[in-house]
Design a protein around this ligand. Sequence first.
Ligand SMILES: *Cc1c(COP(=O)(O)O)cnc(C)c1O
Length: 500
Amino acid sequence: MYSSTRGGENNRSAASAIKEGLACDGGLFIPEFIPLLNKDEIAALKELSYQERAFYILRSFLSDYTDEDLVSCIKAAYNAKKFDSDAIAPLVAVGSKRHVLELWHGPTSAFKDMALQLLPQLLSKALKITQETDEIVILVATSGDTGKAALEGFRDVDQTKIIVFYPQAGVSEIQRLQMATQQGGNVAVAAVFGNFDDAQTGVKKIFSDREFRKELAGDGFRLSSANSINWGRLVPQIIYYFSSYADLVKQGGISEGQTVNFVVPTGNFGNILAGYYAKLMGLPINRLICASNRNNVLSEFFRTGKYDRRRSFYKTMSPSMDILISSNLERMLYHITGGDTEQVSQWMNELAQNGHYEIGEQYLADINSIFWADWVEDNQTVETIRRVYQADNYLLDPHTAVAWQVADRYCSQTEDDTPLIILSTASPFKFNESVLEAIAGKDALKGKTEFMMLNQISELTGWPVPSALSALETAKVLHKSSCEKDEMPRFVKNSLIKQY
Ligand SMILES: *Cc1c(COP(=O)(O)O)cnc(C)c1O
């Protein structure tokens, strides 16, 4: 059963928590009971495929889903048509001491696929389990990556529709093409005249417009979102912590039961929170190392116990981590305080009203026995991409480079020599321009289209260009709509009518 971090709801089934997304008191759903895996169970994972490991983990949390439900969700999400690696999330050794967990072999070449391939399947089954008859309409405002990953995940999934808004002048050419060429009978895409904030504000307005929602409900449509506070997006991420641990044992990198550290490039705190759940479930994790870019609100929090969003927002070369409010932190606070929902509500209210809160020394000490955090400037990120490429012939994307650099600092400042697994959250192909500039200099970009850059990265790494990206050059553009931000509600209505 699931309950809210703020105490206003409990005894929700997994299916119902996944269908609702957010609890009605504004809190996030957390599992009331955390399943424990003993040593033998963890050791047994070694002999299983990724899909089988997924089944094992999901089953321990989603007890209202039947085994058949889970198997069919997993088959639809993690298969050879969608992932270009049989391992799904392969663990590769880089240099003599480090291991990199590549989370970008899915259809959009970034880590969001790990969750957004499975969430729509879990949601669709949740509708059946809760006997929901409405269609779910997923609304997304995207600065680029999440929109495409959500479109791919939801395309042609039963009883769902997805509508994505992106800023007309705010995405790369490849990102625009990824969305404009999206296939699927239940998808709609529009460019909004304005920036990401305009698109996001437009979507939020639609969500809070009671009249509009009522009107849609009359036609059998219910709005929902696919963002990373949904439990159905978090639980798939727990799988790869166990999976990479099992692979490291299997590869001989550690012995059974030995502890490891994970280093995680962090934005909304969803990815690293899944690692925290893995630890609570018994995976031998020593430290979870939280890596941020110049938007360093989290590293400051881990140092001082003060969370303060009253600061400048920076655009960096690791844009998926450009975030000032890390929503999933709320779940960690719930567990650290032993489920003190009043305390969590108070902090979250302070954050909403005053822009900051402080957790005090005792909780901070508890957190610091598990987490360690630091942040990296763009110039160091560039330097890290270049350095690792030259030393180890391995090309990092900017997000993973942030994690790599923070791992270096951790090792030099703590003398902890626990084996490290670095989570790699995007393929270097996805951020081709920044990556090429890092290793070949600005002049190397002159006169090149993004497709030429993809080919150049392929030559440098010896890795093939991900087929979904190379296919974009000739793919048919299916979505040409654009609208003013005031016209977004009408676009939603029109696209729902058109599809019926
Ligand atoms: C979303 C994202 C992150 C941040 O993950 P969170 O779960 O939000 O902390 C890091 N890197 C990439 C490439 C991402 O897309």
